[in-house]
Design a protein around this ligand. Sequence first.
Ligand SMILES: O=C(O)C(=O)C[C@]1(C(=O)O)C=C[C@@H](O)C=C1
Length: 370
Amino acid sequence: MRLIHILAFPVLALIILSARPAGLNQSHNKADTLKHHLYTAGIGGALIGGLYDGIYPYGSLKQHGNFGLGAPALLDGELIIFNGKIYQTQYTGKTFEVNDKQLASFAMVNYFHPSIKITPNKAMDKAGLFHLLDSVLTNVNGMYAIHISGTFSTLKTRAFPPVKEHQHTPLADMLSLQHFFTYNSAQGDLVGYRLPVFMDNTNISGYHFHFLSAQKNEGGHMIDLLTDHIQIEIDVLDSYNVQVPATSDYEHFDFKKNREEDIKSVERGGKAQAQTQGSKVDTMTVYRDKIDQLDKQIVQLLGERMEAARAIGTYKMVHKIGVVQSNRFNDVLQRAIAEGKQLGLSEEFIKKLYEDVHAESVRQQEALKQ
Ligand SMILES: O=C(O)C(=O)C[C@]1(C(=O)O)C=C[C@@H](O)C=C1
C-alpha cells in the first residue's frame, strides 16, 4: 500500500498541475480553458546556472498564453510576450517581433485574464510600486501575473549579449556584460509576475518584469523605474506546469548547487543593486548612495596619505632635509596624470587636485616644526 502511494504521488501531482478537466475543453476556447494557468518552458534555475540552449519554439509558446516573459536561445537579449505577440530586445537595444520558428531558452506564459485593476494616484519608485502591490497581493504564496501600462518618468532596463553555442558560463558571472538602457518619459507596458518562493528554481520568485515600449521598439528586463501615470491589472493564477528541456546538458545539470544569491543579483541587474534593494528609491538615489560611499573612501584615503606625509616630515626634520622635494612631487604627479588618463580624467583636473594635496602635505610638514 505504502509503496503504491509513493509511486503514485508524482503522477498524481503531474495530473493536478497540468491536466484540465476534460469537459471544459469541449465547451470553452483555449484561452478560457487555460485561465489562470502559468505555463513554463524550461527551468529558470537552469538558465541562471548557464543552460542557454534554445529548447522551445516561439510558435508553440503562443499555444500556451498571450502574455509572459522569457529569454531567447543563447541568451540573445530578453523576451516579452504581449497581446499574443513575442518581442525580443537584444543587447544593442534593438527590439522586434520574433519569428515563430525560433527558440526560447526559458519562458513563462499565461492567458491574461485580470480580475484586479488598480490606478495609483501618485508617482512611485520601484520600492513604492512593489510595496503597493504587496498590500494588494496578500497571499504571500500566491502566483500573480501583472500588467502595468502607462507612462514612466524613468525606466531602466537591461539585456545580455548572446553567448556562444554550448557556452555555459553562469549568468551571475556575466553581469558585467549586461547592457543597460535608461528611457526617460517612456510610454509602454510592463509584463511580469510575482511568484512565491516555492517556485524558485523552476521559475524565479518575487517580482520580475520585462518592458515593451508603446512603439514596440524598446524593451528589456526592468531594473528600476519611476512611474508617472500607470494602470495595473492583475491575474490571480492558480496552477502551473513546467515543460522540462529535452537536452543532454539538462540531463546532467546540477540542481543541488545553491544559486539563490545568483538569482537575486541577476534579477536586480547586479550585486550593487541587490545590496541597496529595499532602501533605494530610484536610479539617482542608487548612484548618490554609491557616490556617498566613494566619497567616504576618498576622505579616508586622504587622511591616510597625510599621515604618511607627516611621518616623512618628521624624518626630514630629524635629518635636516628640505620639506619641498620638487623632483619627487613631479614623479608623483606624472604617475597620477597617466593613471587618470586611462580612466578618462583630464590632466588639468589631476594637476589641480594634486597641487592642492601637495600643498596640504607641505603645510602639515611645516607645522611639525612649530
Ligand atoms: O615624498 C616626500 O618627500 C613627501 O614629503 C611627500 C610629498 C607628497 O605629498 O607627495 C610632499 C612634499 C614633497 O614636496 C614631495 C612629496
